[in-house]
Design a protein. Structure first.
Length: 422
């Protein structure tokens, strides 16, 4: 006897978001699967659904659905089977492929749709769905791309709103929070320099979308960065509006702006620790330096100020091995580093410190900076920043200088050996 395959949208709010038809189907089928790769499964809500249905729900991986789809479909062919999918079944192209393959295997398929992030975002924010342009995803820093920025450019050219979906990794329980996504957008701006994004850019942050704990904030990029988005949870998204209709603007300001009643979870005003350096060859000594600095106050924000290419030429009388934008990219990818910024060019090297206004500056044991002169300069600017110099740590290769010396010795030895054999 041939069974039937049901592709059921789970929505974004758990069992309460399922239609009555979907619930009746789930009660009647032989097997229920739940895909666990397009969104984080709400484990408590799945347990609640299992209690309602009095059935076990089986998690299923991307590999099983995509790479082993034929075997999967053949195995369930003679049963009535439901596959629960976060949001709507056909927002992810994977499930279109599954539908086509089931049809080729002559398996009867029924689709039960539900709400997804694509139609929920316009609905929640009050923005017109007709005014959204192409959607883009912002990925984790190790897969950095300026593609989202290019999408924003094209959308703004036609006065369209841009929805950015933020990356998730289900297996490692990671999600890209809005704070880091905004850092990446600023990095894209620095690369492309089309003046699309500044700290004053108005945008909408959305977190825990579709649940009763969802958070929506309409404010400047600078103020959005002050919000502890990570604590609110996934899924998260960003909208950068195009030209707003007066009705859209009124709704954003009234319900999601500063005057709205929407409570915002701002980050606790953590202390700021600053470390500075060239960081031209990142090595274990640097990582230990960051950890030692962080030990001064584990709850503080660690900000790394990176010397500009021109400063390295000025003070070290050599060209940097890596250009400043590469060094910035590497440091921003380190988990221990909360924020990485480029220092100032020109004579006033303390200006960036004045802008950050840190509670503490930590100097490495071998940094040439004079503590007395630094403290004197900070006092002149009426900064209450403390300065601490670390004691020596690590092995003989804990500095870039020592590494360069060793490379030089190895190269010299190799050259000498080659001369001897000639």
């Amino acid at each position: 006897m041939r069974g039937k395959f049901f592709l059921i949208g789970y929505g974004l709010s758990g069992p309460d978001g399922l239609t009555l038809h979907a619930l009746n189907v789930l009660k009647s089928v032989d097997i229920i699967f739940f895909e666990i790769y397009t969104n984080f499964p709400f484990e408590d809500s799945l347990k609640d659904l299992e209690n309602v249905l009095q059935k076990k729900i089986i998690p299923i991986s991307r590999t099983r659905v995509e790479d082993e789809s034929t075997e999967f479909l053949k195995a369930i062919k003679n049963n009535n089977v439901a596959l629960l999918i976060s949001g709507d079944p056909f927002i992810a192209t994977t499930h279109h492929s599954l539908w086509l393959e089931a049809s080729n295997l002559e398996i009867d398929v029924e689709v039960i749709n539900n709400i997804s992030i694509y139609n929920l975002v316009p609905s929640l924010t009050g923005l017109s769905a007709y005014k959204f342009g192409k959607i883009s995803s912002i990925t984790f820093p190790d897969n950095f791309s300026v593609a989202p920025y290019d999408t924003l450019q094209k959308n703004l050219d036609i006065n369209a709103h841009t929805l950015f979906l933020l990356d998730i990794e289900i297996n490692s329980n990671k999600f890209l929070e809005i704070n880091k996504a905004l850092d990446l957008l600023l990095k894209m701006e620095q690369r492309q320099s089309n003046k699309l994004i500044t700290e004053d850019t108005l945008l909408i942050g959305l977190a825990h979308i579709g649940t009763n704990k969802s958070k929506i904030v309409f404010d400047s990029l600078k103020n959005q960065q002050k919000i502890d988005w990570k604590s609110i949870g996934p899924p998260q998204a960003i909208v950068i509006p195009g030209n707003l209709h007066f009705a859209e603007e009124e709704i954003l300001n009234k319900f999601w702006g500063k005057e709205g009643s929407n409570p915002v979870y701002y980050k606790k005003s953590a202390e700021k620790i600053v470390v500075t350096g060239s960081f031209d060859i990142i090595h274990p000594g640097h990582i230990q330096f960051f950890h030692e600095a962080k030990k001064q106050n584990p709850n503080a924000e660690l900000i790394v100020v990176i010397a500009r290419d021109s400063s390295i030429r000025e003070f070290k009388d050599r060209d940097p091995i890596l250009p400043e934008d590469h060094r910035l990219q590497v440091l921003r990818s380190l988990q221990i580093v909360d924020k990485a910024v480029l220092g100032n060019e020109g004579k006033d090297k303390i200006k960036i410190i004045e802008e950050i206004d840190p509670d503490l500056i930590v100097l490495g044991y071998d940094q040439w900076i004079s503590e007395e002169k630094l403290i004197s300069e900070l006092n002149k600017r009426e900064l209450k920043t403390k300065v601490v110099r670390l004691k020596k740590y690590g092995n003989s290769l804990a500095s870039s200088t020592e590494i360069r010396k060793k490379i030089g010795r190895e190269f010299s030895n190799k050259t000498n050996n080659q001369k001897k054999t000639q």
